[in-house]
Design a protein around this ligand. Sequence first.
Ligand code: PEP
Ligand code: MN
Length: 261
Amino acid sequence: MDTIHLNEWGFVSNKPFVIAGPCSVETPQQLDATVGQLVEKGIQVIRGGVWKPRTRPNSFEGVGEIALPWIKDVKQKYGVKFATEVATPYHVEKALKFGMDILWVGARSTVNPFTVQEIANALKGVDIPVLVKNPVNPDVALWIGALERLNQAGIKKLGAIHRGFSNFNDHTYRNSPLWQIPLELKTRYPYLPLINDPSHICGKRDLIQMIAQMALDLDMEGLIIESHIRPDEAWSDAAQQVTPDALNVLLSQLHVPSPSA
Ligand code: PEP
Ligand code: MN
């Protein structure tokens, strides 16, 4: 794969590279308040779901494209970069139109080569970072295949997100980490940035610190963590979100291994 490391993406200086923000963009007020507090804590790249893939129908499926102008406003107001999930060519078109800085392919899309190819086709000629979450099932080839489809469409600022794998009876994790799968990816593509998503692995906020530390100890280069101004009132993934204050404490307690360690 012909990829550009995140040190050369032009805006990533902190180690670990941290993306934080709400599971879902809910209202202009929730977005502004959350981003404002995250920026106070030094976060420069915000995440926020606009279109949400939900397991069951009749759950909150994201507010949709009405969120895009709200995102544009906070980007201007706070000078942050913004990342969101895209699952269709229409999402790609709309997100790019509103100046999205980073896109990611979700775990439920990575499993489907047709979907990934359609997203890749819609991204031809686009030069922004695209992150690919691992598929919901523990299949490293499917993960690599999705990355390759994007790379072959010309995406060079490519990264992988480890968000854990569906399970039936793991009572500890929402998505089992199965560390050997991201480590296999890392062995094969040492240059490809690997970002850990402890929020979706853990499913509950208490475990996030431990999983984030394990990811850093395994030499992963970034973290994507869900943070909401009032986590318990979040419209999706309430149990795993943390306040910007709690995120700050969590990040300050992480030990970042030195390269020679
Ligand atoms: C998310 O990031 O909010 C999300 C839905 O993630 P995943 O694709 O990992 O389930
Ligand atoms: Mn979520």
